[in-house]
Ligand binder design. Structure first.
Ligand code: ASP
Length: 451
């Protein structure tokens, strides 16, 4: 049994819906289908999710919701008309959006999640309707009725363990099940969404819960490439990654798969297959457990970079003798609910790397004050425009001189390395560089390891 997920570009218009239906119907094992909201039809277009966010903001500010609401309805109406589905499904979409606005919560983040979720919810209803029209047994599945329970972290939820045995029961149902991605329900019964791009996470959860043989994730590329095609022209296609490799790359900005999508399938070793809706004959890229992965012939399989990191640097003479220093430093961050990403340290110095988006200027000022007052440091400063560049490959474990080759490549390109951190797993080496150097750093490393 396969769980199969289609992203926003695969759901953008009727032409894409037809391709999706064809892919589903060409393999009877494709039983559970997860869909995103309609994405962009061309580069200047707006994703339905972004339109829904605009709709929520308009409602909050007491603006003219009617116009924005009709723009959203129109996206579905055009698809329905092209697929000859009749008016009823369009009226269902309109009524659904109106009800979400009319019954809105006073708490904006709750209301916003409820609006965002409408994108995938209606997409799933439309797809189920289309499959039925084509003469197949298909049903829309509501995540609440199926038992997808999430933590009450609006816009950034996590799955609750109790969902897994409930969702397992989907196996008992017949026909094709169309499940909306991106959201579930809190224990109180409110709609809660994952972070953006979260339909990938829904797919991972359903694959794990139903113990699927494979999780197929259809997007708009034939392969996952060794580096972003936006930075490297015609990058090398990679047919297979391990979970760890993909996790490291997704973390550092590989936008192919949501960073949290692998967590549910990882424990069970369910392979993930990234494929192209526009070219379904291409085998795509597999992501598998370390045990199932063949030995890598290359030391490096991927290079990624992400900007927007914040570095808090501190120095204190004889820090290494001070018991509890690290704990006290981290508890300051904990009090401000800031998670840290990396913490490279020397004898008398530590850098704490944080995602800039997790720490606004106000929070940062409070954190800096407390570090100064409570830890008695000699030097303390923070800089915001740090990029993290990740060199990833399971083959690095057995290869000598990878870091030397990387630093030499940076040297040739005139890029200043602010920090190096080798993960203890030896699957990756992380470099901190200035944000302005991020793309040049990827190019330098790509030139060294792939050209
Ligand atoms: N539609 C949502 C977004 O644009 C979730 C997804 O597509 O996975 O973020």
């Amino acid at each position: 049994m396969k769980v199969i997920k289609f992203g926003g570009s695969s759901m953008a218009d009727a032409k894409q819906f037809k391709k999706v239906a064809h892919i589903i119907l060409s393999d009877p094992d494709r039983r559970i289908v997860v869909v995103s909201a309609p994405g962009k039809r061309h580069s200047d277009d707006t994703k339905v999710t972004d339109l829904l966010i605009r709709l929520a903001e308009t409602a909050k500010n007491g603006g003219d919701t009617e116009t924005v609401l009709e723009t959203v309805v129109e996206r579905y109406a055009v698809i329905a008309a092209d697929l000859k589905l009749g008016k009823e499904i369009v009226n269902t979409v309109r009524a659904d959006l109106e009800a979400r606005i009319a019954n809105r919560s006073e708490q904006y983040e709750k209301f916003l999640d409820c609006m965002k979720a409408a994108g995938e919810d209606n997409s799933a209803k439309l797809m189920a309707c289309y499959l039925k029209k084509l003469g197949h047994e298909a049903a829309y599945v509501n995540p609440k009725e199926a038992g997808l329970f999430l933590s009450e972290e609006f816009g950034n939820a996590r799955v609750l363990d109790k969902s897994y045995p409930l969702l397992y029961k989907l196996r008992e149902r017949t026909g094709i099940l169309v499940f909306p991605g991106f959201f579930g329900y809190s224990e109180e019964g409110d709609v809660v969404t994952f972070s953006r791009g979260g339909s990938d996470v829904t797919g991972g959860i359903l694959a794990a819960a139903t113990e699927a043989d494979v999780y197929e994730n259809f997007t708009d590329v034939d392969f996952v490439y060794a580096a972003s095609p936006k930075i490297i022209e015609k990058p090398f296609p990679i047919p297979l990654f391990t979970y760890e490799e993909m996790r490291e790359l997704a973390y550092a900005g590989f936008s192919v798969l949501h960073e949290e999508a692998l967590a549910p399938v990882y424990k069970l070793g369910i392979p993930v297959n990234i494929r192209n809706t526009n070219n379904p004959d291409a085998p795509g890229t597999f992501i598998v457990s370390d045990k199932k992965a063949p030995k890598s012939t290359f030391p490096v399989v991927g290079i990624a970079a992400d900007t927007g990191f914040l570095n808090i640097y501190l120095h204190k003479h004889m820090m290494n003798r001070e018991i509890g220093f690290g704990r006290r430093l981290l508890s300051i961050l904990e009090d401000e609910l800031i998670s840290y990403e990396h913490m490279p340290s020397g004898i008398d110095s530590i850098s704490v790397i944080i995602r800039g988006s997790n720490c606004d200027d106000e929070k940062l000022a409070r954190v800096m004050d407390r570090i100064k007052n409570e830890l008695g440091v000699d030097t303390l400063h923070a800089e915001r425009d740090l990029a993290i560049v990740m060199l990833v490959g399971r083959g690095m474990t057995k290869s000598v001189g990878i870091a030397a080759r990387a630093t030499e490549a940076f040297n040739r390109a005139g890029i200043n390395i602010k920090m190096i951190n080798q993960g203890s797993s030896e699957v990756s080496i992380m470099f901190g560089v200035e944000s302005a150097d991020a793309n040049a750093a990827v190019q330098a490393l790509y030139g060294e390891f792939f050209d």
